[in-house]
Design a protein around this ligand. Structure first.
Ligand SMILES: C[S@@+](CC[C@H](N)C(=O)[O-])C[C@H]1O[C@@H](n2cnc3c(N)ncnc32)[C@H](O)[C@@H]1O
Ligand SMILES: [Zn+2]
Length: 218
């Protein structure tokens, strides 16, 4: 599973939000220097998952906050690394996803200490979003952000492996899983069907127990 989504969608290829728009997206601000960028955020423990990135000062809407940097890799290499990372994460409870969709041919593996943006957690009600601008992935503020708020964006995962990625963002609108918003209605239908099925099974189990009791009495 990679962060982000490209368009058009293809199976197994979760794509990067706003990629096509980003190609022609005018920058609301010029790209900031690393030094300026650094003053805006700090890394701390997060209530969502292990470490997170937090606003170090008030950040206005539409501000480039941090670049997501890493190693440019092919899709095949990305799939290999992604699967290996997921296997490791299942065993350790660590993070599974540091690979970001760059375009239809390449991804960016951000699993490096030189990339603090890798520590930004997902939220169902994010205050940031990602843009690809001239081959660079930038995390922008979606709204005004107060100093101390945890930075987050929607990872844009597809429905393929939703059960593997429970969401603990804690937002009132949380859909329960790390998922692109476009899939929320479908996921809600899936969850409703699943809950109804579980309820039916529980009712049937109770009936079986009652029936066994009756038979024992006879
Ligand atoms: C790119 S890392 C984010 C940084 C991570 N907190 C860390 O300390 O390494 C992505 C991983 O963080 C975790 N994560 C991020 N957002 C989450 C959320 N909303 N709910 C649960 N886990 C989340 C998942 O394990 C995911 O695979
Ligand atoms: Zn959530």
């Amino acid at each position: 599973m990679r962060v982000g989504q490209e368009r058009p969608f293809t199976k197994c290829e979760p794509l990067l939000t706003l990629v096509s728009e980003a190609a022609s997206h005018p920058l609301p601000f010029p790209l900031m220097s690393k030094a300026a960028e650094k003053n805006q955020w700090i890394v701390r423990r997060s209530s969502i998952h292990q470490r997170g990135v937090f606003a170090a000062c008030d950040i206005p809407k539409d501000r480039p906050i941090i670049e997501y940097v890493g190693e440019k890799i092919t899709k095949a290499e990305s799939t290999r690394r992604g699967l290996a990372l997921e296997e490791k994460a299942k065993k350790t409870g660590g993070a599974a996803v540091y690979i970001f969709t760059l375009n239809q041919r390449y991804d960016l593996d951000g699993a490096t200490a030189a990339n603090p943006a890798r520590l930004i957690n997902h939220s169902c009600n994010p205050n940031c979003e990602s843009f690809i601008i001239r081959g660079h992935i930038w995390i922008y503020s979606l709204r005004d952000i107060k100093a101390g708020e945890e930075l987050s964006f929607n990872y844009g995962f597809d429905l393929e492996t939703w059960e593997d990625h429970p969401c603990r963002c804690g937002e009132s609108c949380c859909v329960g899983y790390i998922l692109d918003k476009q899939y929320w209605p479908k996921l809600r239908r899936i969850l409703k069907t699943k809950a109804a099925r579980q309820e039916k099974i529980a009712t049937l189990e109770k009936r079986v127990v009652a029936l066994k009791k009756q038979l024992r009495k006879k």
